[in-house]
Design a protein around this ligand. Structure first.
Ligand code: NIG
Ligand code: FE
Length: 420
């Protein structure tokens, strides 16, 4: 079966070169587009696209499904490469603590924060956790996310970390978008163990089960002040690499933690957060294959300083942006909002934000050959916008949902008209 998307005002984020990869430095703002366009999809793959002036017609209309873009813009779906979307309950009580002046670290020290989520999760069955999480996954797909990374890290003991990873596995099986699973056992230290004991558990108890059940694609450590040191991070990542798990790490959110250095040294696919980044770390990232991934929703929600995105881009680095969707530091999976924050707070241009949220995000999940651009042979996960004046309108109209339809594997997943 073929599908034709017609009446497209503009196709944005196209590529005619199959080898197109991530966008860095002054190329980050470059985005190719086709006006007055059409896209042909065969099964779940983009088979062709072009402008109406080069339109050659359809061979067999009986075998062709039509999707009317109604003069909207079509973009590649968002690639959200950093989330903690599997969690139990919520933490709005800490939201009040924060308003009343407590910092993220102070809340964590009082047993709030990650430990609070761990407590809630241990009292939640796997089925209930799955039910809570699948609603969020459905919600973010309807907001335009067409590839998703999800971390464990609210288990903090073997039983509950495995419970989280099994839920992620079930989400992978149920949802039609690519989902990558990251083992983040080293997210915090549980109350009942010393750090050394807990690292021992991660390495000798959790990792063998995760490997046997094939529960993770990546391994993560919260390498930051008050959490795990670079040395501890390296020990854990090394153990993970014995099981073939590539690192994607939390680095430099709360301080100059050494996380970027250890991430690059350990060939991490991405280092994420990076609120504390200076020229030294930028120089270390340059020439590496590690994607700096910025999470402006977290800096916004926690009132932190923002990562120096402009300095990074002007120094020639690529950057990806992601939501960090989690109950403590960014209770939102809305990539449109994250793009607004990237533009407003980090001075990224709209086209830089789009590339950072699509092709560069795809790279940070190992999906840069399959998603993130509109080109022949890529998976047809696409966003069709409402009638908007230009792509700049997307981050400009902060908080507005500009999505008309979401296409996943060439089929309509969500239609704003029917709300389904
Ligand atoms: O990415 N920084 C560490 N982990 C999460 C927050 C976790 C939480 O507070 O629940 C983050 O911000
Ligand atoms: Fe995170």
């Amino acid at each position: 079966m073929k599908t034709l998307i017609k009446n497209i005002k503009e196709i944005v984020g196209v590529s005619t070169n199959e080898n197109t990869n991530i966008k860095s430095g002054n190329k980050l703002k470059d985005i190719l587009s086709v006006s007055d366009g059409w896209i042909m999809i065969e099964n779940n793959i983009i088979s062709d696209f072009g402008s109406m002036k080069d339109w050659k017609g359809v061979e067999n209309w009986n075998d062709t499904n039509i999707i009317d873009a109604d003069n909207g813009i079509v973009l590649p779906s968002w690639c959200d490469s950093h989330t903690h979307i599997v969690y139990a309950g919520s933490r709005e009580i800490e939201f009040l603590d924060k308003i009343n002046g407590l910092s993220y670290e102070e809340i964590a020290k009082r047993g709030g924060g990650i430990l609070n989520s761990a407590q809630l999760l241990s009292n939640t069955s796997e089925d209930d956790l799955y039910a809570q999480s699948e609603k969020r996954v459905d919600q973010v797909i309807k907001l335009g996310t067409g590839a998703l990374e999800i971390k464990s890290g609210y288990g903090l003991d073997t039983e509950n970390e495995i419970k989280m990873l099994r839920v992620i596995k079930r989400l992978k099986e149920k949802y039609p978008i690519p989902i990558k699973s990251t083992f983040l056992g080293a997210h915090a230290v549980p109350k009942e163990k010393t750090k050394e004991q807990y690292i021992e558990t991660i390495i000798n108890e959790m990792l063998p089960i995760i490997s046997k059940e094939k529960l993770a694609d990546y391994i993560d450590v919260f390498c930051d002040k008050g959490f795990f040191s670079p040395q501890e991070t390296e020990t854990i990542l090394e153990a993970g690499s014995k099981y073939g798990l590539q690192p994607k790490i939390h680095a430099n959110e709360l301080d100059f933690s050494g996380g970027i250095e250890v991430g690059v040294k350990m060939k991490a696919l991405s280092v994420d957060h990076l609120e504390f980044t200076s020229q030294t770390q930028i120089d270390i990232l340059k020439g590496s294959k590690t994607m700096p991934t910025l999470l402006p929703g977290t800096a916004f929600f926690l009132g932190l300083q923002y990562p120096p995105a402009r300095k990074m881009i002007d120094a020639g680095l690529p950057v990806a942006i992601a939501t960090d969707f989690n109950p403590g530091s960014c209770p939102s999976g809305n990539m449109g909002l994250i793009m607004s924050l990237a533009c407003i707070k980090m001075k990224m241009t709209p086209t830089e934000a789009i590339n950072a949220a699509t092709i560069n995000g795809a790279y940070a999940m190992g999906l840069e050959k399959e998603l993130g651009l509109i080109s022949k042979g890529r998976i047809a996960n696409l966003i069709i916008t409402k009638q908007i004046p230009s792509i700049n309108y997307i981050p400009y109209s902060m908080g507005e949902n500009n999505i008309n339809k979401v296409i996943i594997n060439g089929k309509i997943y969500y239609d704003s008209q029917t709300n389904y």
